[in-house]
Design a binder for this molecule. Sequence first.
Ligand code: PDD
Length: 298
Amino acid sequence: MDPRVKIWFVGAINEGIAMSRTVYVNGAYMPEAEGKVSIFDRGFLFADGVYEVTAVVGGKLVDYEPHMERLERSLKEIEMDWPCSREELKAMHMELIRRNKLDQGWVYMQITRGSADRDFKFPKDTKPTLIGFTQVKNLVDNADARTGVKVITVPDLRWMRRDIKSVMLLAPVLGKQAAAKAGAFEAWMVENGKVTEGTSSNAYIVKDGKVITRPVSNSILAGVTRRGLFKLAREHGVEIEERAFTPEEAYAADEAFLTSSSNFVMPIVEIDGKRIGGGQPGPVTRELREIVLAEAMR
Ligand code: PDD
């Protein structure tokens, strides 16, 4: 081989490695290609684990503490202990941001009940698996937020404990895929004639200036973005009514939007093919997006 080709090749590989993410697996940082867990991991075999997705803006974690409060609750509900101290978990988040030079995007972290012979009941003396990685996304200047997005409705096929942020995400995967097939951004799940939430977001409509969203219960995930939105809306005099709504009410709404850590406030301009509020992001939604973004960028 021409030695110049070899030098180029080695250089390209090195660059490839340098450009790959650094991930975290059970106490160690490594290139993403080396980040592996056992085929016996209970997350893989049983979806026996929980997770959090925390937004990063300007290299800083957004609403980190509420995410950790929710994680604590999820762990308690599935009878798991913290895999490490709270300080260590925060250090992992910060170190992943630092090593990956993450400006905007999110940190994903997952805890499972560890790996053991396949047996449904809890294994004894098994160490939990803790993994973390970053993902880049332009959260602030998001093109979808300028135009607004489409959603479809699908039946809610999930289990009865949606308040737990479980890694058991097959129903949301199928819902999101149905949305993608229909050219939509998200699927709103419907149970007993009422919208529960999106496959990975909370759901809202606006009618006569008032924001309407389902109250938290075992039927939905208590969104961290939702919680922040409530506080900011109150401060800015935007009224929120907590009640479930039907798809028909949504079709007739003035505005609609969704919230999540990966989208903040995302305007919705079409639901099941029906245009909402003239097909443009509405004024209440735009104001809420602005105030939520301003808070995230503080
Ligand atoms: N999803 N509802 C569901 C079912 C969710 O999965 C999420 C978050 C939310 C919004 O929660 P928060 O505002 O705390 O992000 C509501 C994350 C982003 C995900 O799975 O990627």
